[in-house]
Design a protein. Structure first.
Ligand code: 5RP
Length: 220
């Protein structure tokens, strides 16, 4: 079974968590693309979606699923999104697709966060995957110097602009022993819009596609 088949398996398993007649928060990425396709099979049972990126909005609308502005819907019952890494507390690294800020906003505004991934994403310690940090363009060099002082190696994601018109620094070389502390420290650097650590608001459930079926993981 390929990683993509495992992602698809987890994505379809997420349908069991969807309440009827509600609005679904939708993340971004290849796993979420499978979830959007899955959601289309029950679109008559939901009111619509709130989307974390332009690409997810386009895919949702192509399926005929109505996309609402978060400001018009208030608190959301459920948010479904992928991850680049998850630890056993369901604290995540996200933002490989660059949609971390909008993803984090919707996760914060949701009662339940269901994370979907293939089983390779579950790790003991976060940080092998470079941590994305969204930065206001004029602050890029300053923020990079501050991150170097913290022990990280920031790499500018060249040619990439976020949906919020900002840039991304991918921070290598971190072994993240205290995810909440690091999430707060990065947020405190002037010029940082948000960072890809989802530790203060972790996932509530992790659905992992695997050779032996979808595994459901709850925080330790
Ligand atoms: C996008 C994300 C994605 O959820 C993350 O990169 C995982 O992507 P994929 O499902 O393609 O493996 O955070 O900003």
């Amino acid at each position: 079974m390929t990683a993509d088949e495992m992602k698809k398996q987890a994505a379809y398993a997420a349908l069991e968590h969807i309440d009827t007649n509600g609005i679904v928060g939708v993340g971004t990425g290849s796993t979420v693309n499978h979830f959007i396709d899955a959601l289309a099979t029950i679109k008559h049972k939901i009111e619509g979606a709130v989307s974390s990126s332009i690409v997810s909005t386009q895919r949702l609308e192509a399926h005929g699923i109505q996309v609402f502005d978060l400001n018009s819907v208030g608190q959301i019952a459920i948010y479904v999104d992928g991850a680049d890494e998850s630890n056993h507390n369901l604290q995540l690294i996200k933002g490989g697709g660059g949609a971390l800020t909008r993803e984090k906003i919707i996760a914060a505004a949701s009662d339940k966060f269901v994370c979907i991934a293939d089983e390779s994403k579950l790790v003991d310690i976060l940080g092998t995957f470079p941590l994305p940090v969204e930065v206001v363009p004029m602050a890029r060099s300053y923020v990079a110097r501050e991150i170097v002082k913290m022990g990280g190696q920031p790499v500018y994601r060249e040619g990439f602009i976020t949906d919020n018109s900002n840039v991304i620094l991918d921070v290598h070389g971190l072994e993240i022993m205290e995810p909440i502390t690091l999430e707060k420290e990065l947020n405190n650097i002037v010029g940082v819009v948000s960072n890809g650590l989802f530790a203060m608001r972790p996932a509530d459930v992790l659905l992992l596609g695997s050779e032996s079926g979808t595994k459901t993981v709850y925080a330790k």
